[in-house]
Design a protein around this ligand. Sequence first.
Ligand code: G3P
Length: 266
Amino acid sequence: MVEGARADWVWSVERLRAGRPPPPLRGPPPPTGEDLARVSISTPLKAKLMKLFLDTADVAVIKDMVPTGMVDGVTTNPSLIAKSGRNIAEVIAEICALVEGPISAEAVSLDFETMVKEGDKLAAIAPNVVVKLPLTWDGLRACRVFTDKGIKTNVTLCFSAAQALLAAKAGATFVSPFVGRLEDNGADGIALLEEIRVLYDVHGFETQILAASLRNVAHVAAAAVAGSDAATFGADTFKALVKHPLTDRGLDAFVADWAKTGQSIL
Ligand code: G3P
């Protein structure tokens, strides 16, 4: 027997097929204009902050950027570890000690069993390690294992909304769509972030969108506007976020005018 909401739906569809008007909606009455005004004034739509991550395995770079107070986490990948020239366990441990937030460390095997073993080893380095896994069937299976154990995951190398759907269904903490690499191949990386945002919101998935492969300030701003929960990029882009020629020009004028007053605030 069909029950509850499903029964309502079947009933509505049958009425529509029979050319009769849809039934009135059940449940509480729709909100009035007054209700909506009250909600919009007192209730923030999303009481959460966008996280900014550094995409590097270079400890010196991380040390340099941490004092900005803006580094919410760090992402690494096998290429970045190779570039650092260091042992993965050592460098991840050092990064975890420098930054309290999520630190992504990537499993490198392609088969499920070995991926799980590698992920377990990486997760044991520090409580803030996030196990990074590729968007493959094996990676998604491994993701479910870590999620069920309460270990955070980052499903990486995401290039489509369909892949992002699978990452969410595997219980990923983060999904990493690669904006720059899509653009390298003539596709619209920011549009992908927008699609995933809609997909996750419509279905209520809690997986966080971690915009990755961001190469410049415009990418970061667009990723933020698209509703990404987090963004990761290199230190050069991080430093460039604060820069604007009109800020420099305005500051020069303020300093020059202030000097003319001969005053001192202190
Ligand atoms: O976190 C993924 C990111 O490092 C990839 O960036 O510039 O190599 O495409 P990129």
